[in-house]
Design a protein around this ligand. Structure first.
Ligand SMILES: [Zn+2]
Length: 295
């Protein structure tokens, strides 16, 4: 979703990027205290503990949370690889990977991890390399009918801090990372409530696993903030996101990470990240279903 990373930044963005770097660096470290500490004082100084890295830094911990108990029947879950529709390949990552290829790769990795979950029946939203239009997908989700659809995307919103990555030659950004979950509250109240329950469960479980919500903020005009990392589609009627408003089953979009952030993109190449993400989706689908009509 979001801005295509292929679009070059405007010229005034370069100074802003430099400003961001300066701000990120913060106040210069204070000069060392020239007064030597006494040997007695040194005895009582606590041993400094190195700060744990925070997401998306390398080594920032993620957890594979345990599954939740099933409800009365298995939850029908669709993992949908966003984009890959005719004329719609999405953004391009800092590793120069098309968003449609990233989402299909992650979709298949998640399906492999969830195939044997007894509390789920899992299907693919885009099961082959062939392009598949959104209308056909939505019809399939409704016909099953799915209890939950999670459509995978990566984001490209850090548009005020873009530069060309020196190694890959594709757009790179720093200082804005994290996931977001999008849903629609349009349509019947029961459906709108079920979508929101799924969106909030996804955000809660991702956060619990160690992922961090995107904090830089979406346009308030286009997205209503519901909670940490959760937004409701507020585009003008007629321009709202079809996958969110067009399904008759609870559907969310998960923007897994910022595709232009090199650190976060590197984390998304790690199998352990997919393990933690799969476990979070597994829990969220069950939690939302238990809250909903067939719990
Ligand atoms: Zn997308």
């Amino acid at each position: 979703m979001g801005l295509s990373a292929r679009n070059p930044p405007s010229a005034q963005l370069v100074p802003r990027a430099m400003l961001s770097l300066l701000l990120a660096c913060g106040t210069p470290a204070a000069a060392p205290d020239p007064t030597p500490s006494s040997p007695e004082a040194a005895v009582y100084l606590p041993t400094p503990t190195p700060a744990a890295p925070t997401w998306p830094a390398a080594g920032a911990p993620l957890q594979v949370l345990p599954p939740l108990s099933a409800g009365a029947r298995p939850v029908r879950l669709v993992i949908d690889a966003g984009h890959g529709a005719p004329g719609n390949s999405g953004n391009t990552s800092v590793r120069c990977e098309a968003e449609a290829d990233f989402t299909r790769r992650v979709q298949d990795e998640l399906l492999a991890r969830l195939a044997n979950a007894p509390e789920l029946e899992v299907r693919s939203g885009r099961p082959s390399a062939a392009l598949l239009d959104y209308g056909s997908r939505i019809a399939a989700f409704n016909a099953w009918p799915a209890d939950a659809v999670v459509s995978l995307h990566s984001d490209a919103r850090a548009a005020d801090n873009l530069s060309i990555h020196p190694s890959t030659g594709c757009w790179s950004s720093t200082g804005a990372s994290g996931f977001t979950v999008l849903f629609s509250d349009e349509g019947p109240p029961d459906l709108a409530r079920a979508r929101r329950q799924l969106a909030e469960a996804m955000s809660r479980e991702l956060h619990g696993a160690g992922f961090v919500p995107y904090a830089a903020g979406y346009s308030e005009e286009l997205y209503g903030s519901i909670g940490a990392g959760v937004y409701v589609d507020r585009h003008p009627v007629g321009k709202r996101i079809r996958m969110l408003r067009g399904t008759k089953v609870p559907t969310v979009i998960v923007e897994t990470h910022q595709a232009s952030d090199a650190e976060e993109t590197a984390r998304w190449a790690e199998p352990a990240t997919l393990d933690a993400f799969a476990a979070a989706i597994r829990r969220a689908a069950v939690a939302a279903a238990v809250e909903g009509p067939h719990g």
